[in-house]
Design a protein around this ligand. Structure first.
Ligand code: CTP
Length: 351
């Protein structure tokens, strides 16, 4: 078995195509970390993503639609190819159709609607490798954080979310993850584009904005506000801690570097120090207070650019929380069933 943070990259086997499949609902750094480890095992990574209908049958309702989930996975830097609509029960035939020789999965047992191990066939064929799951994050866990919040939210832009911030991660873990992202300093004379924000949940709305921002230059620098600043300025508690948000952002293929704890208001010194050519804002402001004109200096300098609406402009933290509120009972049931399944697996010593 390969271990999460003690994972040692090794020379990939020549032309080894790796397969990972899953729901990848509310794509997060735990998913990215599984894909990171899987990518090390070969020369090409295909990620099979299940349909909404299949997931509903086997697990319960998704929070993000299949087109949102396909897009989120495609934006991960460790992914070479997305196999849309991959079957929930993994089949050797489908893997072979994609030319994959090995299937990688986190170290939990996934059962289908009939209670059977969905990886039974690939395990029998000797094509299965396990990597250690990333602790303290999962779709179930993120949903739980949102379900706790959704009692108190009314989904207005001024609503303060009243929970503790989830998951803390130490620097060593961020560094290990970052090493595999192969971050490089900007080449001389490159056009550096800067975009900042809270990036809570690092959802498809953010990912599409990052993709658009990257198109405007050669190097994309992303500023992430720390939890204290978000609470002070936006009067909201982010659902993900800053460290979690940084890891999810690093996993995005368009991100060249991240400024951790970036200033809310952008100064001339900051622009100069980071050699920024253009400051980009989306047209949706999720966590920026109206009272503070954070972009006064870039505007004066003629460096501010507003992105055009993109395919996932309608996705915001608020709209995601609204989905949770609207289908609250279904998600509570989904998490309860998942919790029971996990407890049964633990009791049998399978996780
Ligand atoms: N994964 C992981 N670490 C996590 C979460 C997921 O390594 N913290 C891995 C899973 O083991 C799987 C892949 O990511 O190999 C896709 O997982 P998926 O089932 O889609 O997501 P989860 O976040 O585990 O969802 P849930 O909480 O519903 O099980």
């Amino acid at each position: 078995m390969l271990y999460y943070y003690s994972f040692t990259p090794r020379s990939p086997t020549i032309n080894m195509k790796v397969w990972v499949d899953g729901c990848f609902d509310m794509f997060h750094y735990g998913h990215a970390n599984a894909l990171r480890q899987a990518r090390h095992l070969g020369t090409h990574l295909t990620v099979g993503v299940h349909t909404d209908a299949d997931i509903l049958t086997h697990k319960g309702p998704c929070l993000m639609t299949q087109s949102e989930r396909y897009y989120a996975v495609s934006q991960c830097r460790f992914v070479d190819e997305v196999a849309e609509g991959a079957p929930y029960v993994t089949s050797v035939k489908v893997m072979r159709e994609h030319g994959c020789q090995v299937c990688v999965h986190g170290d939990d047992v996934v059962t289908g609607v009939d209670g059977g191990d969905v990886y039974a066939q690939v395990k029998e064929a000797g094509m299965y490798v396990e990597v250690k799951r990333t602790p303290a994050v999962s779709t179930t866990n993120l949903l739980q954080r949102m379900l706790s919040d959704s009692n108190s939210i009314t989904c207005t832009s001024t609503t303060a979310i009243t929970t503790n911030i989830g998951g803390t991660i130490d620097m060593q873990k961020i560094c290990e993850f970052a090493i595999d992202c192969h971050l490089q300093p900007p080449p001389p004379l490159s056009r550096i584009v800067y975009i900042d924000g809270t990036f809570d949940l690092v959802h498809v709305g953010h990912l599409a904005a990052l993709q658009e921002a990257k198109r405007l230059g050669d190097y994309l620098l992303v500023g992430v506000h720390d939890d204290r600043d978000v609470m002070e300025h936006a009067k909201k508690v982010p659902i993900m801690s800053m460290e979690e948000r940084v890891l999810s952002l690093l996993a995005c293929k368009h991100v060249d570097n991240v400024v951790i704890g970036a200033p809310y208001a952008i100064t001339a010194d900051f622009i100069h120090k980071h050699r920024i050519s253009m400051i980009v804002v989306g047209h949706v402001f999720e966590y920026k207070p109206n009272s503070l004109d954070c972009y006064a200096v870039p505007r004066q300098l003629g460096l501010l650019h507003t992105l055009a609406p993109h395919a996932f402009s309608f996705v915001t933290v608020e709209s995601i929380l609204r989905r949770v509120v609207e289908r609250r009972d279904e998600y509570v049931r989904r998490n309860a069933v998942k919790g029971q399944k996990d407890a049964a697996m633990r009791a049998r010593g399978l996780v």
